[in-house]
Design a protein around this ligand. Structure first.
Ligand code: UTP
Length: 285
């Protein structure tokens, strides 16, 4: 059976929407309640059957490596074996984590290029470091929904979500080839369309990419915002490849934006047995 076993998680962007904290703390380490975003993304990958993760970090993001170091002086000086630390150790046994540096934030397309050696000949999953998918009770959610589709028909899959038309300028927007259903073929994709978006179905941080993406990335020129855009490489790929867009299980939050971050925090707090009652009480006030 065709199975996706590797995930690439780029977190090397500048995180300017979260200044000033991103001056010294990586955006992906900001906690949703008490757990950093990156840990949720790895949990989502494990739930999807993925065994290896590559985290693409910026030159100043050793804090991400330090977070997953369970042998650090801090841990050694703790007076007991905390469950939270044991949990990180367990997670690391479930998914092998490696890192690569993207020295300069030249765009998502450029970040993905840095995964070539890790990926080898395989097709792979891509999860963006600032899109959080809350499981909402689903065992397999987010990238897992796309992995399942890939198992049936190995192809490119883009996780999409309907957004208001007046917000389409913020996203990669797909142009559906067939009528809209939960999974449909696309005929084009446009990064941050200024006007006349082809639909309101936006790419929201979950992708299954075939290995051929690297050849299209090599041909991709600098695009919107002076960055190498993955969307432009996908648009090139469409000449030869079939690309599907699909919705996925779970609820997606743009935790790279302040409002998305607050909404995600409330959703997670409401789902936790240790906080549920208090947060609901508070929200009623
Ligand atoms: P964004 O453009 O949304 O994030 O990139 P950003 O640049 O970090 O944030 P703002 O807009 O300045 O606040 C989407 C994802 O791609 C990663 C980001 O870290 C984020 O997870 N990315 C982006 C890279 O890894 N490298 C890049 O060069 C650009």
């Amino acid at each position: 059976m065709n199975k996706i076993k590797k995930v690439v998680i780029p977190v090397a962007g500048k995180g300017t929407r979260f200044l000033p904290i991103t001056k010294t703390i990586s955006k992906t380490l900001l906690p949703i309640v008490d757990t950093p975003v990156i840990q949720y993304l790895l949990e989502e990958s494990v739930a999807s059957g993925i065994k290896e993760a590559l985290i693409i970090i910026g030159y100043n993001q050793n804090d991400v490596i330090n977070y997953f170091n369970t042998e650090s002086t801090y841990v050694q000086k703790l007076n007991k074996d905390y469950e939270e630390i044991k949990y990180i150790k367990k997670l690391k046994n479930q998914i092998r984590i490696s890192y690569v540096f993207q020295e300069e934030a030249k765009g998502l397309g450029d970040a993905v290029k840095h995964a070539k050696a890790f990926v080898g000949q395989d097709d792979f999953a891509l999860i963006l470091g600032d899109d959080f998918v809350f499981s909402d009770g689903f065992k397999i959610y987010g990238i897992g929904s796309l992995c399942k589709l890939y198992e049936k028909i190995p192809s490119y899959y883009l996780g999409v979500h309907e957004v208001p038309y007046d917000k389409t300028f913020k996203y990669g927007i797909v142009d559906p080839e067939s009528s809209l259903s939960s999974c449909f073929k696309i005929k084009n994709i446009i990064e941050k369309p200024k006007d006349n978006p082809p639909s309101n179905m936006a790419c929201v941080g979950r992708y299954i990419l075939k290995n051929s993406i690297f050849s299209y990335l090599e041909k991709t020129k600098i695009g919107v915002g002076g960055e190498i855009q993955l969307t432009d490489a996908l648009a090139l790929a469409l000449a030869k490849e079939t690309i599907y867009a699909s919705e996925f299980a779970g609820t997606r939050y743009d935790v790279g934006s302040k409002i998305g971050y607050v909404e995600a925090t409330i959703a997670v707090a409401k789902s936790r047995s240790d906080l549920k009652e208090e947060i609901e009480q508070y929200l009623k006030q």
